[in-house]
Design a protein around this ligand. Sequence first.
Ligand code: ADP
Ligand code: MG
Length: 702
Amino acid sequence: MVSIWDTNIQFLQGVGPRRAGELEKELNIKTFDDLIRHYPFRYIDRTRFYAINEIDPELAYIQIRGVVRDMKIVGSGPRKQRLVILLADPTGTVELVFFKGVRWIKDKIMLHTEYIVFGKPTLFNGRINLVHPDMDIPDDQGLRGSAGLQAVYSSTESLRDRGFTQKIFSRLIAQTLTRLEGHITETLPDTLIRTLKLMPLAMALEEIHFPKNLKNLQAAQTRLKFEELFYIQLGLLRQRSVRLRAEDGLPFLSVGKAFRDCYNKLPFELTGAQKRVIKEIRADLKSGQQMNRLLQGDVGSGKTLVALLSALIAVDNGFQACIMAPTEILANQHYQTVCRFLEGQDVQIALLTGSTRQADRKVLHEALLDGSLDLLIGTHALIEDTVTFKNLGFVVIDEQHRFGVEQRARLWKKTEGSPPHILVMTATPIPRTLAMTLYGDLDISVIDDMPPGRQPVQTVRYPASRRSAVYTFMRGQIREGRQVYIVYPLIRESEKLDYENLETGYRDITAAFPAPLYSVAVVHGQQKAEDKAFDMNMFVKGKAQILIATSVIEVGVDVPNATVMVIESAERFGLSQLHQLRGRVGRGAEKSYCILMTGNALSKEARERLKLMCESNNGFEIAEADMRLRGPGDLEGTAQSGLAFDLHIANLAKDGQILEWARLEAGKILDEDPLLEQPKNKLLQHQLKVLGNRQADYSKIS
Ligand code: ADP
Ligand code: MG
């Protein structure tokens, strides 16, 4: 059914095919619906007027009122021409400058006439001016909701250059709202609107664009944000209901010898959080429903052990398990750790990575098929088509963000019959709001305490100019038998440049730490696997005191004797990544240090980020801050997994409370009607379908 919402905007007055084309190209606005949902990103209080002598280039958008005293076109040639208008009020004069549409504007503006001017002050050649401001005759208030709060819409340079002003946005939206009058049907059930005291949709759309006052604006924002988050949560939670109702999970009813032997032989006591999470997983495995659980925990919090013990439950119940790591180094390390924990036990373990030899692979594939292999540890190689299990019952995906959505989905097809239970582990703490949205249909476990005896890593920032002091400190630590990491940033655009960076660094370091007194290992992305493994091993075995690396070491590597992490050009890393890197040290009993080397010219934001690193050792706190500073889209690990939900108005960094509220309400509805089959939930069902058509299917990710 075609609705008026789908009307192409070219049918609006003053649009036409060309403008419509521009709007589509620049902002992806095609229909009435798109235009109405192009919500303002902020509002300006246009009741406040500045005096001209108060104008400061530091100010954001301001409004002034004055008379046009003079007007001239200066410069020659179509590119260099500009229109300069001199505006005066009783306190002084200011220049208004136009580079585009010069003649057209000059014809429109009248000398000796009073205007309300709105724009952003800038400093040019020592003089303050306003470039391309909006100019209105004072009583020109033909717009709606002129109470002073004026919407500001995001736009693009190209649109602005074509004279597509904020005023035009407002006009088009006003026109669209008029055309839609009587056609705006409510998208939330009446009962919700009433019990939650939400503003009705028609009113909210009006108020969001043309607020009558601040109170209405806030109510409109709340309503629209709530709705957006509510449907996302309802969709996710319903997927979860569907999964749980399928009841095709493999029931692992008992804990057996493999689990108990490993548990009893542990050289330490599990932390409270580890025990709690194992209980949560145990309950899932017994339930007869398929587990899909996300395990979050800071680096070093002991996730690997939780994963292993859980996998052993599958083995105890006669099933196979696999643990998948993002890199070969990590797969190797997991393999060694697991072998150590399972020494002397009758559990058949194997390692499969890109460098496993063909002959060994064949043997391994057979053992997987006939069921003689219990636990397979590996990399991406695990999801190759040739790998088939006899009865895969449990899958651990470590550091999930390195795996693409596609790759994870392929794991489902590795075994016949019921799908395996899935445990996704991440050491990149994800703020709760983001986790609830990205992984909203998964259950979430958090390891929120550390094994005893961990000291926080002391973190300091050093400008590159004080490198020699850092070297001295490193020598001191090495003299005491400790080891040091030095990490260089990966600059995505150019692997070659990264490598050069690292190579220069390597030369400096080997000059400052010469053989045979010191031994320096190097690990980077362009190395052959054998070379990488060789150098890595040198460091792991303590034969090299210094490891120079690109951020490939960021995840998982465990060398308890390493106590210093030097991060070069630290300002280039995101907070979560810095935290990951820092987690490589402080794993042993010795006090550890993280040294953030920076260039001299730092942006304010970079300074703030690094300051936070120096002050906090808490991954969740850092992740929250990262999200606030950079926005959820750029957050580590989420860029790749992709936020499938196009948020128009809600902001995960700021609207956590509304999100919790929306999830709670969605949960209540599903508790009563898990598949939304009751007649009163018809609207919800319908809306989910409409929205679902715009979103990716998230039910089978992991
Ligand atoms: P994560 O994978 O969460 O980064 P790991 O599982 O690699 O952390 O654990 C880090 C280190 O702590 C490992 O050497 C591990 O053996 C050790 N460890 C794990 N749990 C405990 C515990 N409860 N008490 C002491 N040490 C532990
Ligand atoms: Mg780990």
